[in-house]
Design a protein around this ligand. Sequence first.
Ligand SMILES: Cc1cc2nc3c(=O)[nH]c(=O)nc-3n(C[C@H](O)[C@H](O)[C@H](O)COP(=O)(O)O)c2cc1C
Length: 312
Amino acid sequence: MKVQPLKLGEVLVKNNVFLAPMAGYTDYSIRKLQLNMGIGLAFTELVSAKGLYYGAEGSKELLYSKGNEKQTAVQIFGSDPYFMRWACESEYLKPFDVVDINMGCPVPKVFRNGEGSALLTDAKKAESIVKECVKSGKVITVKIRTGQVQGDDIATEYALMAENSGAKLITIHGRVREVYYSGEPDFKAIEKAKKSVKIPVIANGGIFSEEDADKMMEKTGADGVMLARGAIADPFLSAKLTDTKTDISLKNYIIEHLTLMAERLGDIKTAMEFKKFVPYYFKGMVGFKDVKLKIYQATNIKQIIEIIEQYL
Ligand SMILES: Cc1cc2nc3c(=O)[nH]c(=O)nc-3n(C[C@H](O)[C@H](O)[C@H](O)COP(=O)(O)O)c2cc1C
């Protein structure tokens, strides 16, 4: 794929390979590691605007970025334009230039509250959220899906809405809500939306290799790609796409991941949280079942590092 800088309003992003927001995965540690691998802009996982308003520790903690704020976009979610704008204008978001609005989360709890992908069923509400957030002066971006059920295609309508409301970029996850994360992305819906707007369109969904990224760019004409599970499963995918030189081994990458996680979470919680990365990092390798079992039984990072040293 062609790698090039992107301008989002006044903000210059060094390239068009983005790291997706992924709840429970793209915390500070993964964002930092992936920025080092060449990612142009890394997104926090979805952060509740209302949570920030009420000072919830859990929401504030997701913003931890330690020096990488200018290459980090904070993704917020909510259904009330007032809280969404408040979050954009809050002290919490002061260090960040780019704020992304989540219009794709399929999780029932979020959907039932009229948040995330529910905003794709209420264009007026979605529009007023974008307009209010834009008033904050932040560079506002929007992330959508292509609809609710197979056959839907709201991407063009929402891309136009986002552009006309002052958003500076739209990311389209080319899948509908009902399929969550499975199946081929709807290339056509992304292509049509891309042709209808001037703001950059980032294509997302099912990019696990350089070939997938090329195919996505060719089929959609998008301005860039957003890597999600592909960047976790293959930590070097972003380096390959952006031609970033790196001499870190997979073993040292994983150890660095643990070390950075522990900075924020401490030893015991890191050992717990790390378990969900095991299928991504070790799947397919000889002795996977053994490694998995041992890491799942580990209670601190020293034990996990010993297991990694043994197998990698
Ligand atoms: C575990 C998990 C958590 C996710 N959390 C978020 C999120 O917080 N915000 C968001 O906009 N999308 C979220 N997504 C969706 C991803 O950003 C992305 O759109 C989706 O995984 C499709 O890309 P992929 O097929 O390359 O993985 C999440 C996906 C997964 C698998």
